[in-house]
Ligand binder design. Structure first.
Ligand code: HEM
Ligand SMILES: Nc1nc2c(c(=O)[nH]1)N[C@H]1C(S)=C(S)[C@@H](COP(=O)(O)O)O[C@H]1N2
Ligand SMILES: [Mo]
Length: 403
């Protein structure tokens, strides 16, 4: 019994360690390109270790009554146990939602992601504190020999025999470690809270504020755009890129529509701005669980560009190229003709920030965000389809949102 609990404790610690490391890797938007196909592998590992942690928890539940009897009188251990169970249950429930996102409405994923993240911000520092303060050199001498696994199996009697100074060295070190971890994680946690819960007017990531694009003239917003008919977007875009963020100036920027078209088009910035634009309000969903609602996008409906170029009979697919020279994606011609697919230039009445894909990005509201190619610079009509950047690396070719 005691051996089993010690084993469970150890395996759970390993699982939480792997989940924390893989989870942190998954959450960093700017290393997606470095991870490449590994991102999908890490995601799989994360999920399966998650499933193992569910199994461990279930085994523990089958012995929980016994364990509780043992630690009935030990307040600290009871508190620790409650915190750990709470964290695990929250991670698991929200994790299952993120895992099964396809079958659930998108707002479930949004909430699950927030829960998953908040728990990670609280849980990792807690787990760190819990394990550091249980290192051998910090443990009470009498306990060192009795229980190395530190899962509350130790006898409490010998401790009483030890003299109790007002502040023991150990207590002092424990507090110092606790305060140290809190102080180190605190600022990041506050940033995270502001990012997640703050309105986008009050808080933008440094990446969004630091816009190096130089596009002159700036695009003039249409009345519907400046009036913000969507009421202003709700939520935050997480900046995702698989390359360094590319920079554009109106001198070197060209936009082209090529391939199986009657009129190949190569447009300068000024020519591009002369094409009639429209305004639409739509929601934006990423497969990893976050969404931004009520975006007011202004841009050229893709179908209008295709009409201008004159699509040839043989063309069956549209291929999109990013100005980062790496990211691409495809739509079938039929999908590309949906009226809300837009080559967008303004978001919420302002030029699309560089980090968000400006000067020009694709927006495909009915599909997951990976179809919405950022820094769009070229559109090619082709006869045979292919796989986009993420689809080549394991993402589903079916990117449709739940109806
Ligand atoms: C110790 C427990 C866990 C920790 C510390 C943890 C941590 C994380 C973190 C930090 C992320 C990234 C979230 C983001 O992008 O902001 C994540 C994503 C995710 N987690 Fe966990 N997690 C844990 C347990 C689980 C469990 C038990 C499951 C499910 C069985 C799970 C499933 C997922 C899924 C599906 C994602 C989304 C991956 C993606 O971005 O595509 N997690 N987790
Ligand atoms: N060029 C390029 N376009 C891209 C991506 C990318 O990494 N590079 N990421 C895609 C994904 S997965 C999403 S969810 C959205 C994110 O847009 P954002 O960075 O403006 O939030 O862009 C999509 N388009
Ligand atoms: Mo995404």
């Amino acid at each position: 019994m005691r051996k089993l609990l010690i084993k469970l404790h150890r395996w759970n610690a390993y699982a939480v360690l792997v989940l924390s490391l893989s989870g942190i890797l998954l959450s960093i938007g700017t290393i997606r390109g470095d991870l490449g196909v590994m991102r999908v592998v890490i995601r799989e590992i994360h999920i399966w270790v998650g499933v193992i942690s569910i199994a461990l928890l279930l085994i523990y539940f089958s012995r929980m009554a016994n364990h509780l009897k043992q630690i009935r009188k030990k307040k600290k251990q009871l508190i620790n146990l409650s915190i750990v169970l709470f964290l695990l249950a929250g991670w698991i429930l929200s994790g299952i939602v993120l895992w099964q996102y396809r079958h659930l409405p998108t707002f479930w994923n949004n909430d699950a992601l927030v829960v998953h993240d908040v728990l990670t911000w609280i849980g990792i520092p807690y787990a760190l504190f819990h394990s550091v303060t249980r290192l051998r050199w910090l443990r009470k001498p009498a306990l060192r020999t009795i229980s190395a696994a530190g899962n509350g199996e130790a006898e409490s009697k010998p401790v009483a025999a030890i003299r109790k100074p007002l502040y023991s060295r150990r207590q002092f070190v424990k507090w110092a470690i606790g305060i140290g971890i809190t102080a180190a994680a605190g600022p990041f946690f506050i940033r995270f809270l502001r990012y997640t819960f703050g309105s986008s007017d009050n808080f933008s990531s440094d990446l969004i504020l630091d816009d190096k694009n130089q596009m002159v003239p700036a695009p003039e917003p249409m009345p519907a755009s400046s009036a913000l008919i969507g009421g202003g977007s709700k939520g935050q875009f997480r900046i995702y890129t698989v390359t360094d963020i590319p920079t554009f100036t109106s001198d070197n920027w060209v936009f082209s529509v090529k391939g199986l078209v009657n009129n190949q088009m190569t447009l300068s910035w000024e020519q591009f701005l002369q094409i009639k634009r429209q305004v639409q309000v739509s929601d934006f969903h990423c497969v990893t669980g976050w969404s931004v609602y009520s975006n007011t996008w202004e841009g050229i409906p893709l179908v209008d560009l295709l009409t201008l170029a004159g699509v040839k009979q043989q063309a069956k697919f549209v291929k999109f190229y990013s100005g980062d020279k790496v990211y691409t994606d495809y739509l079938t011609l039929q999908q590309a003709n949906m009226s809300d697919v837009m080559v967008a230039v303004l978001h919420d009445g302002k030029p699309i920030p560089q980090a968000m894909g400006g000067p020009v990005r694709l927006v495909v509201p009915k599909m997951y965000g990976y179809k919405s190619v950022k820094w769009l610079e070229s559109i090619e009509l082709v006869e045979t389809g292919g796989l986009g950047y993420w689809e080549q690396r394991g993402y589903d070719t079916d990117a449709w949102l739940q109806a």
